[in-house]
Design a protein around this ligand. Structure first.
Ligand code: SAM
Length: 305
């Protein structure tokens, strides 16, 4: 059955006050909080003061709009509150923003005139829409997502950027694309990390492989297993430096997304398992693009001719 697996639906979730009361009750009853109770209640209070915080509390994850809000943020720009400033600049969300920029650069290298480029799930489709198509006027863009609100925003953005007549948006489940040999490039960010079942990941990649033309390329980001937190494994503390997050910020991050928001579970897959899953789906892995610190990889794989 088609299901949005990255975030809850505001339409279905309880009013914010009820969510907050339930979180507060849960925090007060817990004897395993990462920070002191007062500090966690303070974070809960701060999260209610700005729209991104309220969305996270109600939906336990990010939709296309808020992913785009985080990726478009430029450090130094004003924010709604100190907590939002912290989230946008010092939490692991800034690593996701760095990866988004790397992904855009990889996409730019694959743009050729007449190519058909797809983003699945597209969200607001910043990855494809924020590109320079000056030398590729014949390019076609396709965005696929299950969320109608994201699709409408992506369509609006495409029109605003003068790419409306070259873009097509399709509401579909990424596991049931039903597209055969149409795309020269398929980009996928922010979906596989919500899927815990390895067989389902292979099935997802098979859908992507089927949608690619022979010789077409898949660019997909994935999350490798992080080291244990430094307070549990001090001997591995240096590994966290690669993520560019200080220990006090990591503790706050895990308290906020774990204890308080109980974010939809993120799944981690090693590089070797991701390679094996892509090969099983019929793709040939060509390269792995890691951050300067050696984390947050983007894999590039091609469909054999
Ligand atoms: C974290 S956002 C990432 C969006 C975009 N790739 C980006 O980087 O901005 C996750 C997106 O996945 C979509 N989504 C979740 N489950 C899906 C599914 N089963 N099929 C298609 N899209 C799905 C959500 O609607 C949301 O737009």
């Amino acid at each position: 059955m088609a299901a949005v697996i990255s975030h809850g639906s505001s339409a279905n979730s309880a009013p914010l006050e009820e969510v907050v009361l339930a979180v507060e009750r849960r925090l007060r009853a817990s004897d395993r909080l990462l920070l002191g109770l007062d500090e966690e209640l303070e974070i809960l209070a701060e999260l209610q003061k700005f729209p991104l915080g309220r969305f996270l509390l109600r939906n336990q994850g990010l939709n296309g709009y808020w992913t785009s809000y985080i990726f478009r943020f430029e450090p130094g720009r004003p924010t709604s509150s100190p907590m939002e400033e912290w989230l946008l600049t010092r939490s692991l969300l800034s690593g996701a923003r760095e990866r988004f920029q790397r992904s855009r650069e990889e996409i730019a290298r694959s743009i050729t005139d007449g190519a058909v480029l797809a983003s699945v799930p597209c969200g607001v489709m910043d990855d494809l829409l924020r590109q320079d198509y000056g030398s590729a006027p014949g390019v076609r863009l396709v965005g696929v997502d299950l969320d109608t609100e994201s699709l409408a925003l992506a369509e609006e953005e495409a029109r605003a950027r003068g790419l409306g007549d070259r873009s097509e948006f399709i509401r579909a489940d990424a596991w049931d694309l039903g597209i055969n040999a149409e795309f020269d490039l398929l980009v996928s960010n922010g979906l596989n990390m919500y899927e815990p079942d390895g067989d389902r990941l292979i099935e997802l990649y098979r859908n992507f492989a089927r949608a690619l033309r022979p010789g077409g390329r898949l660019l997909v980001s994935f999350l490798t297993p992080p080291p244990p937190p430094p307070w549990e494994a001090p001997q591995r503390a240096a590994e966290w430096e690669r993520y560019g997050i200080a220990e006090e910020d990591l503790r706050r991050e895990l308290a906020l997304f774990g204890d308080i928001i109980q974010a939809k579970y993120l799944n981690f897959v090693s590089e070797s398992d991701t390679r094996a899953q892509l090969e099983r789906a019929g793709l040939t892995v060509e390269s792995m693009n890691y951050s300067d610190g050696g984390v947050l990889p983007i894999v590039s794989a091609v469909k054999p001719d």
